[in-house]
Ligand binder design. Structure first.
Ligand code: 5GP
Length: 211
């Protein structure tokens, strides 16, 4: 046994999670799992770095070969976490970060109950729309699908272990590190971010009410 932990991070698209995780883990030795997906690369995305971009057929073969730790469909494309690299890293004592949507996160919690599920809330649904438009990598109809998907994702954040908000980047980095360190040490220093806590529930309610 070692004390390596599996962290599952979920956040609706356009939530600024890429920037946040980049800041938090800049000089860290964590293993960042690279998912497989059947969606096309966006401009600037590199195969084998951001994702393994694969065909539907290859994705089906990997399911048949039981090669995924979890997999799910999201806005008409398939996404999955290759199992072996995650298990290898954990057995080598290295923390693992999965950046996946909610269905996959709950599959992981079922299989590995000690996994820590962290949800990153956007300040509002409007803000997601604004950020996706600004990013400009998706067409208007895809943006609207992702925005409506976001509300459904946020509604599931009540079932996570921890929830933080990415409004101000520096605050979010600090809160993320607080959760990460508390999850590692097992102390209660991040209990104010627990999803079951009344203030956290109110925060989630507010984001959903202002959708
Ligand atoms: P995007 O297309 O914006 O890169 O990702 C869409 C959604 O799929 C995001 O919520 C992202 O976290 C999630 N996702 C990425 N990789 C995986 C994966 O391996 N499994 C699951 N279940 N979701 C993933």
């Amino acid at each position: 046994m070692n004390d390596a932990r599996l962290f599952v991070i979920s956040a609706p698209s356009g939530c600024g999670k890429g920037t946040l995780l980049g800041e938090v883990f800049r000089d860290s030795d964590v293993f960042y799992s690279i998912s497989c997906t059947t969606r096309a690369p966006r401009e600037g995305e590199v195969n084998g770095v951001h994702y393994h971009f694969i065909t539907d057929e290859k994705f089906r073969d990997m399911i048949a070969g039981d090669e995924f730790l979890e997999y799910a469909e999201f806005v008409k494309h398939s996404y999955g976490t290759p199992r072996q690299p995650v298990l290898d890293s954990l057995s080598q004592g290295r923390d693992v970060i999965l950046e996946i949507e909610t269905k996959g996160a709950f599959q992981i919690k079922e299989k590995i109950p000690e996994a820590v599920l962290l949800f990153i809330l956007p300040p509002s649904i409007q803000e997601i729309r604004r950020r996706l438009n600004k990013r400009g990598t998706e067409k208007a109809d895809v943006i609207e699908k992702r925005v409506s998907e976001a509300a459904g994702e946020i509604a599931k954040s009540y079932r996570y272990d921890y929830v933080i908000m990415n409004d101000d980047l520096a605050d979010a980095v600090r809160d993320f590190k607080t959760v990460y360190n508390a999850a590692k040490s097992g102390d209660g220093s991040a209990d104010r971010f627990r999803a079951g806590n009344e203030d956290t529930k109110k925060l989630i309610d507010e984001v959903l009410e202002n959708a």
